[in-house]
Design a protein around this ligand. Structure first.
Ligand code: GDP
Ligand code: MG
Length: 174
């Protein structure tokens, strides 16, 4: 399969507190690698990945956020023309789950109402450190009509599924 200018493409943002694993999820998905400790000095703005859904090529432009997390601020440029939003929290950090509500408010100030959203509870490999239960997170996601997935960027659990589910929802927009 070759990419053409006519490929459908979608802009996806990852938002959530610092250290929940946003960059790690993107690296796992686009490069199938995981880096335990090394943080790149400068995070790239976005990465693209070509995927295929129902035999249709689809280019995902995945935007990482860094340095914007502390104050729950995202820039308007970052949100411009966004179609998909992945909200990430860390299942071992209650505060990061609470803050998804804040993130939702922030993103709604900057974007329209038609974005498809997905909630991710990352670091599900850390079974003994978990503080946010699956049911609690699932209920919250249900109340907002968004899918919920638990992932591990480290152990490569559900990462591809998460991006694929969101992409499939984006494709379904008439
Ligand atoms: P970001 O600030 O949201 O981009 O988070 P990073 O991707 O930089 O990850 C923060 C820290 O969490 C790093 O030390 C990662 O190695 C670690 N981390 C990320 N994802 C996972 C995961 O699924 N499981 C575990 N155990 N650690 C993870
Ligand atoms: Mg990061």
């Amino acid at each position: 399969m070759t990419a053409t200018e006519n490929d459908q493409h979608f802009k996806i943002l990852l938002i959530g507190d610092s250290d929940v694993g946003k960059t790690s999820l993107i690296t796992r998905f686009t490069n199938d690698t995981f880096n335990e400790s090394l943080k790149p000095a400068i995070d790239v703005e976005f990465t693209t990945k070509l995927i295929v859904i129902d035999e249709e090529p689809l280019r995902l432009q995945i935007w990482d956020s860094s340095g914007q997390e502390q104050h729950h601020i995202v820039s308007s440029a970052y949100c411009q023309d966004v179609q998909g939003i992945i909200m990430v929290f860390d299942v071992t950090k209650a505060e990061s789950f609470e803050n998804t509500k804040l993130w939702l408010q922030v993103i709604e100030q900057h974007s329209g109402e038609n974005e498809k959203k997905l909630l991710i509870g990352n670091k599900c490999d850390l079974t003994y450190d978990r503080v946010v239960g699956h049911e609690t997170a699932k209920k919250f996601a249900d109340s907002l009509s968004m899918p919920y997935l638990e992932t591990s960027a480290k152990r490569s659990i559900n990462v591809e599924q998460a991006f694929t589910i969101l992409a499939a929802e984006l494709m379904s927009i008439p």
